[in-house]
Each structure stands twice: as C-alpha cells, then as structure tokens.
Ligand binder design. Sequence first.
Ligand code: PHE
Length: 368
Amino acid sequence: MTNEAIPDLMAFDDAGLDEAFGGLERRARVEATFISNVADVEKFRLEWLGRKQGRLNEVSSRWLKAAPPEAKKALGLRFNALKEFVEGLLDAALGGGPSDSALKAEAIDITLPGSRRLTGAEHPITRTMNEIVAVFAALGYSVGVGPEVETDFYNFESMNFPHGHPARDTQDTLVVAGQERRPVRDRLLLRTHTSPVQMRTMELVPPPVRIVIPGKVHRNDAADATHSPIFHQVEGLCVDHNIAFSDLKGTLDHAMKALFGSAVKTRFFPSFFPFTEPSADVQISCIFCGGKGCRKCKQSGWIELLGCGMVDPAVFAFAAEKQPAYDARQISGFAFGMGVERIAMMKYGISEIGQFFAGDMRFLGQFA
Ligand code: PHE
C-alpha cells in the first residue's frame, strides 16, 4: 500500500522539495484526523514511521538516494521537519502532551510552572510607625513629614541649640561635606531627630496645631545591639491655648496604653532638651514582667521609652518670625519624640536592632 503512495521526486530545487514535502505533510494531517481508536493510532504509526514500510522510510531511501549531492542537505532538513511533524501528530493522537521536539520548537514553553511571586509585606518599622501614627490620628492629629537632609538652622539653631552649646554633642551629627562657604545656618546635615519638622510646621500653619511626624534620622553612633546610625522617630507637637503639662501626661499615657496594652503604667522623670521646658523622660511599666523586675528592665520594673516636654518659649520665638501667632504669652504646647526601633523591638521581642536593616527574608518574613 505504501510504496505507491510515494511518488518519484522529479525536481530537487527548493520549490520542488517544498511542494513534495508539503504534499506529504498535508496528507499526514488529513489522515491523522481520521484516527478514532487505539488501532487507528497504531495503523497511522506503521504507515508513516514503520521501520520497513513506513512512508518516511520510503522517502528516505528513494528520494534521498536519488538526490544529487548538492540537494541532499535541503532534502535532509525537510525530511527531519516532516518526521517531527508526523511524530507530533502521533503524540497528539495518543492524547499525550506535545513531543519533546515540538516543545523545543515552541517559543514559550507553556508547560513550565510559572515563577511564583512572593507576597510583599510591610516592614516591621513601617508597620510600627503606622501603628503609632494611627494612635494619634484617632486623637485628631494630622501627619507631616520633612526633609532628611536638613539645615543647621532647622535641626539645631531653631530648636534652641545655640552654636557651641554642649547639647549639640548629645547628637553626634553626620554633616554634608564642602559646605564651608555657606553661612552656618544653611549648612546641610543629616537630621539627627524629627524635631526640626516642628519648626517647619509652625512656620507654615498658625496655631492650633496637632501633628505627628514619622521619619528617618541619622547619628554618627557606632552600631551595636541597640544602636544604629540610621533609625526612625515619631515626633509629636500640640500647640493651642492653655495646653498644660497634664495634657502631655494624659496624651502620652493614653498612647502608651494603646500601643502596649491597657495594663501599662507611665511615669515622667525630669530631663533636659534645649527645645522643651520643663522636659521629661517617659518610662512605662515593664511589659515583660508587669513591673515586678526582670532582666529586661534591669530589675527596676520600668523601661525608658521617649522624651517630651513643654515647648520652650525660645522655640516659639523662632516660629513667630514667620507666624506671629506663636506668641508664648498667648499659647503653649507640648512636644514628644519616640524611637520607632525601640518600640518595635519591645513589641516583637527583637534583641538586635541590625535585624531591621539587614534585609534578611527569614527575619522579615515573620512579619508577613
Ligand atoms: N528630639 C529628641 C531626641 O531625638 C526627642 C524629643 C522630641 C524630646 C520632642 C522632647 C520633645 O532625642
């Protein structure tokens, strides 16, 4: 049956070869459509690929042999293509996937599993910062931000750190090089705290003001388990008529309970910041031992968490240069600043601040 099916090949040029092979391909395709059971599959296979009598065998022995040497390559290429085509038809008829050769010919291997994308998650610092901000947003505070590269004026001078004042030494500063020709007040540095945004806010809006300012700060501190030259703060500022220290205490006591649980107690210790008077350090009862005394609180039952105080009249005087309504005889206010890493470390039981910045997915994935 098969021998007659393969005509003699007359022309060995490209057009002749295309026509001859094209004809066979069409025939194979048509015949494949008639396959309806396993026996048909086997019959098709024998007819086309059978070792002795298959058509491809016939093509190879008759056409290839008759071909002049210069046509052998072109013929061989077409022969291989036809063979792959027939094998593909057979695979499809067997209900299997595409043949290996068919797969290789595909531009895109649709059988490859897709590459899985990891779901992103908030960084624990971002999350803690948002949590703190949300506590104050619920009290009616708005949210502001300011530049991380700041001038000497906003970071220090307007915050009542005069030049040469020893308080500047408490915030070892990273300064931008090559600023010597600028007036000192305009020289750039990496802000050491978020407090300069207090001044930027007051210069823009008259009182009353209630604002929280989350952001990144830098200090030239050696890194250790609890210090990092880069860290984050949330600043707060509240200015209005008749704001008293009791308002500051009530606000921060509420915030600490909202962040660490209603059982937490606060206490205020005298402290010093140039931009607040009086100033205080806030401690919370140890969240690990409930105040009984443990290793974490060095047996004291208390943990120091943030700085705060009543806005110093000298700071209002700087603000009044742009907004005269910041008149210390008319208004008063309080400010506070807290370290985000410290709060996150306590909330999540983290003992190495460097973990926040190492980019280790095994650490970060735990917050997903
Ligand atoms: N800016 C202070 C610091 O970084 C914190 C602070 C803010 C203290 C506001 C009082 C009022 O140490």
